[in-house]
Ligand binder design. Structure first.
Ligand code: URA
Length: 190
């Protein structure tokens, strides 16, 4: 069902409308807002996060809480910003209750919308932020091993990275995130 609706969406506004009218995912019922995307559609870099938290659910925008502020600082360290050069979405557009992880069924149900979202936003490079994004898109967990290793998703180069929420809890891992940002920057500038 989601794949038919997603395929029928011919631009980002139509896709947003199709997702906001989609009633089959349980998570919609507990959420205040659809969290669709933020940043610059058509940017070279597209970040795929996990799911909205409380702040995102309230504002209807991805990565606006503490993790989002760290994400913005990480991006700006290599000269990127939502305003100009990054487009941001999540695997799940609705906040799960108590911020639990979305489960496999929920992710599988919503995946066709994400795939279409990537097609329509047409980035050159995908950043998979954290385990949930890797699980949804690559079918694999284990971000500690996956991060920093370029892979391919839907025909595009994709870089798994530590999630900024994880970096807030494990600041010593920021060093590895920095290495990944430099690698991303090298791809963008060479
Ligand atoms: N974490 C995410 O993965 N996405 C958000 O939008 C906010 C926090």
């Amino acid at each position: 069902v989601a794949s038919t609706l997603a395929a029928a969406a011919s631009d980002l506004d139509t896709l947003r409308a199709a997702m906001s009218a989609f009633e089959l995912c349980e998570l919609k019922r507990g959420a205040r807002n659809l969290v669709f995307a933020d940043g610059t559609p058509g940017a070279r870099v597209m970040v795929i996060g996990e799911a909205p938290g409380r702040d995102e659910d309230r504002q209807g925008l991805p990565f606006v809480g503490r993790a989002g502020q760290l994400l913005d600082r990480m991006l700006s360290a290599i000269g990127l910003s939502r305003a100009e050069s990054v487009y941001i979405t999540n695997v799940m557009p609705w906040r799960p209750p108590q911020n639990r992880d979305p489960n496999r069924e929920e992710m599988a149900m919503m995946l066709p919308f994400l795939k279409r979202h990537v097609e329509l936003a047409a980035p050159e490079i995908l950043i998979l932020m954290g385990n949930i994004s890797c699980e949804a898109v690559l079918g694999k967990r284990g971000i500690t091993r996956l991060r920093g290793n370029w892979t391919e998703v839907w025909g595009k180069p994709a870089l798994p990275m530590f999630h900024p929420a994880y970096l807030l809890r494990q600041p010593a891992e920021k060093r590895k995130a920095w290495a990944d940002l430099l690698d991303l920057n090298a791809r963008l500038t060479t």
